[in-house]
Structures are given as structure tokens and as C-alpha cells.
Design a binder for this molecule. Structure first.
Ligand code: BG6
Length: 465
């Protein structure tokens, strides 16, 4: 039997496919990480020939690929792409897809559901009509359902068809270079690993600040909000990597086992503590965004103060901040060490995830000259400033597709992580809204609600760049 691999992308004419998946597959193809006979089958409703679709793909790939675009490389890549027109919500249509696979002898599958989660179940039902589909792998995008109950129902449906270890749930933050670097920085440097606890660290701050608004995704975002869109998945993944105990190995189940322990140790937020644990905001102008309810109270900003209840992190706050339409784009993890005395700035280890990738360590020195003044300086490693690193670093989606092909599961979300995070976030959100706490308005292009400054009152901006 022909063992060539077929990537079938449902939602092949959507933004995700054009911006991320095709450029990632192109990079994989150019760098020899696709087998000679591997195929890409694009599923879409529109009527395109293979050549029509390849011409559209060319524009996107030339714009978004990491590796240089050349006509010759693209021709080699494009010859693998086939367009198959069908309505994936029509169960009958899968008979035709099955025939197509048979005719082309495509038996070894990776299915990519690049569609809204409400279609996942329909596609799984349809695939029951495709011979051997249940032996394939499936990659699904977040959000996994709109809430815990929906995510649970969806998961059951998926696991009833695909083997659980063939389900790859993407959290693209796990594919980011500096997120993958956290464990190396932490565990291979005794100067950090020996100090990695509440005894020596004052607080840890995880920030994901975005300058963009909801753009074309108002409908989806309005039913989601910052907590579900960013915190429950991406930022909790990062939190669990930063706070976990060292796993025996960094691959597969050992790492997941440590990460899930952290999530399960998050101190539940009670009604009386909610004001100290969560603050929500909404940018001015959000209510006028397309497909947003004009009376919406959905948060576009969230700041959280959380505790991990174990010996290592006893009573040390983890701050998480995320928001849209802020003054600048920045994602980082700041480890703020305990100070030698209250009036002296802390040492800070800052792991910069994007847009700049790198790491810096801030410390105190005497201001040079005839003075005893103490000032802060830093040792700074800017990884993304060097072209050689930039071009050699696969992008998140490329990494995830490659990992799925290799059966490497450690950098995907597991169901138990998703379930635990959903429970925590749903609870904290419910408590906040039940108490009618304000969703504070904020002016676009600022740091978010001014009330958040007080909430994050340990956070002295002068100490950070
Ligand atoms: C997505 C969210 O998961 O991540 C978006 O749905 C957000 O709202 C995006 O903008 C951020 O990803 P990145 O890679 O640009 O930081």
C-alpha cells in the first residue's frame, strides 16, 4: 500500500490556511521535511480548479513564507496541492471524497480542521464515510468548544472516532521559539533554577499585549472575550511551563504530567477574593465593531492575580495581563526576584516571546562617577535581531505540523489541561459577572484600564523597558 501522507485541510479557503498553513507547508517542503509523494488536499466550497487554487496560494506563500520564495520551489510545492470542492457540512458529500482518495490511492491521512468548532462534529460524522479515516490523525484549532460543556461533548465525539493519541489540539503559543526556550533557560542554568521559587522570586508576570482590535472576528470574539480567547489556553500553558517541576524528560507525557499538576494547584478564586484576583476592561469603540452586540460587556482586557498552591510557589502571585488595542504589541514572561531591600529595584529576568525574541537580565550597579546612586542596567540577548536565527527558526505552525507528522505530542494541548483550564476560567468569569463588577473602559493605544495599574500595583513600569 502506498504510504504517502495526505494533509487534508477543511477550511482551505480561510485565513488560517492562507496565512499560516500553506506558508508552513511550503517551508516544510523546501526544507525537505515532506515526503516526495506527500499530498495536500484542500477542501473548499468554491469552484476552483487545482491551477486556480495554486495561483491563489502563490500570492499568500510568497508574502508569508519564512524561507525565500522562488518560482522553482513553489512549482515543486504547488504540484502537491489538489483542490477538492465540497460542502463539508453535507454528510453525503463524503462518499465522493472517499472515492477521490481511493482513485488517487491516498490512504494515510492527517486531517486539519481549520474551521469554526461548531463544524468539528459534522466533519467527524462525515469522515465515518471515508474508509480508514479513523486510523488517521486529526489536528484541531482552538477554541475547543465555546464553554466547558461544549468542549466536553466535542471531545467525546472526537475520541469516539479517532484514537485519543491521534488527536492533536493546537495551541500555537507552544510552537513559539521563546516559549520552547523557557525550560532550557530555567533548567540548564543553576543561577536561575536554584532561585526558581517563592523564596527568591517576588512575582511572575505573564503579559500578552496586542495592538490590534478584534478586526474581522467580532462575532466570534464577542462570544468569547479575552479570558477564553487568550488566558484559558495560551497563557495558562505558559504559566504551567514556568511553574512546573522539572519533568524526567521534556517530551510527551512526563511534561504534561507536571503541567497539569500546576493547573490543578491553582488556588480557586472565591467570591470574597474576586476583586483582588481579576479585573476586566473593554476598549472604547469595541461596541461599534462589526458583529459585536452594541450592549456587549465582553472583556477585551483581563488582568489576573493567581496563586499556585504548592510548596514551591507558596503565596507568591502570578500576574497575567492580556488585552487588545493596547499601545504596543508585546508578549513576555518577567521573573521578578526578591529585592535586597525595599527601595532597591529587583533583578528581573525577562523572557521576550514576541515581537522581539530574546532574554534579558536586569540588575543594579553604581552609577559611574563620583556618586553612590544605584541604577539599573541589563544584559540583553536579542535573538530575533540576528537574521541567521530568524531564518533558521521555524514558525509555530510549521513546528506543529512537523511534530504531528512525527507523532511528537508534547507541544500540543491535552484534554485534561483544557478541561482544567476551562473550569477555572468559567468559574472566575462567572463570579466576576455575578457580582456586577465593572468592565472598565479604556482608551485604545494605552496600557489598558487605569484601574489595572492599581490592581497590578507591584508593577513598577520604570523598572521595565
Ligand atoms: C489567537 C487569538 O489564538 O491568538 C487571537 O484567538 C490573538 O485573538 C492571537 O490575536 C494572538 O496570536 P499571536 O501569535 O499573534 O500572538
Amino acid at each position: 500500500m502506498n504510504q504517502n501522507l495526505t494533509f487534508t485541510i477543511f477550511g482551505g479557503t480561510g485565513d488560517l490556511t492562507f496565512r499560516k498553513l500553506l506558508p508552513a507547508l511550503y517551508n516544510m517542503c523546501v526544507s525537505g521535511r515532506l515526503g516526495a509523494d506527500d499530498r495536500i488536499v484542500i477542501i473548499g466550497r468554491r469552484s476552483y480548479s487545482d491551477d486556480d487554487y495554486r495561483a491563489i496560494a502563490r500570492d499568500w506563500v510568497s508574502k508569508f513564507s519564512r524561507l525565500p520564495y522562488t518560482e522553482e520551489d513553489f512549482a515543486g510545492f504547488a504540484s502537491r496541492i489538489h483542490y477538492y470542492q465540497m460542502d463539508f457540512s453535507d454528510k453525503e458529500a463524503y462518499e465522493g471524497l472517499n472515492r477521490y482518495y481511493q482513485e488517487h490511492q491516498l490512504y494515510s491521512h492527517i486531517f486539519y480542521f481549520a474551521v469554526a468548532p461548531r463544524f468539528f462534529g459534522i466533519i467527524v460524522e462525515g469522515l465515518t464515510g471515508v474508509d480508514g479515516a479513523e486510523n488517521g490523525k486529526v489536528i484541531i484549532e482552538k477554541p475547543f468548544g465555546e464553554n466547558l460543556a461544549a468542549a466536553d461533548a466535542l471531545n467525546q465525539k472526537m475520541e469516539a472516532f479517532f484514537s485519543p493519541d491521534h488527536i492533536y489540539r493546537i495551541d500555537h503559543y507552544l510552537g513559539k521559539e521563546m516559549v520552547r526556550n523557557i525550560q532550557t533557560i530555567r533548567f540548564t542554568n543553576p543561577i536561575f533554577s536554584n532561585l526558581w521559587s517563592a523564596e527568591h522570586i517576588e512575582c511572575i508576570q505573564i503579559s500578552a499585549l496586542e495592538d490590534v482590535g478584534v478586526e474581522t472576528r467580532g462575532g466570534y470574539y464577542d462570544s468569547s472575550g479575552a479570558l477564553k480567547d487568550m488566558v484559558q489556553n495560551h497563557l495558562f500553558q505558559i504559566l504551567s511551563i514556568v511553574a512546573m517541576e522539572q519533568p524526567e524528560q521534556f517530551s510527551g507525557s512526563e511534561m504534561h504530567a507536571e503541567q497539569i499538576k500546576v493547573l490543578r494547584s491553582l488556588r480557586p478564586v472565591k467570591a470574597k477574593n474576586i476583586k483582588d484576583s481579576l479585573l476586566l476592561g473593554q476598549y472604547e469603540g469595541y461596541l461599534e465593531e462589526k458583529n459585536v452586540d452594541p450592549n456587549s460587556t465582553t472583556e477585551t482586557y483581563a488582568a489576573l492575580r493567581l496563586f499556585v498552591e504548592n510548596k514551591r510557589w507558596k503565596n507568591m502571585p502570578f500576574y497575567i495581563r492580556t488585552g487588545k488595542k493596547l499601545g504596543h504589541r508585546e508578549m513576555d514572561v518577567a521573573i521578578v526576584f526578591r529585592r535586597s531591600s525595599p527601595e532597591i529595584a529587583p533583578n528581573i529576568l525577562n523572557i521576550k516571546i514576541q515581537p522581539t525574541e530574546g532574554v534579558y537580565l536586569q540588575f543594579n550597579i553604581k552609577n559611574p562617577g563620583d556618586t553612590d546612586e544605584i541604577v539599573q542596567t541589563k544584559m540583553d540577548f536579542c535573538q530575533s535581531c540576528l537574521d541567521i536565527f530568524r531564518i533558521n527558526t521555524p514558525e509555530a505552525y510549521e513546528r506543529m505540523l512537523d511534530a504531528c507528522m512525527q507523532g511528537e505530542r508534547s507541544w500540543f494541548s491535552q484534554w485534561d489541561q483544557i478541561e482544567t483550564s476551562w473550569k477555572f476560567i468559567e468559574n472566575i468569569r462567572k463570579v466576576y459577572y455575578k457580582q456586577n463588577l465593572p468592565v472598565y473602559p479604556y482608551t485604545p493605544e494605552t496600557n489598558g484600564p487605569t484601574e489595572a495599574d492599581e490592581f497590578l500595583n507591584h508593577y513598577n513600569h520604570e523598572w521595565f523597558e
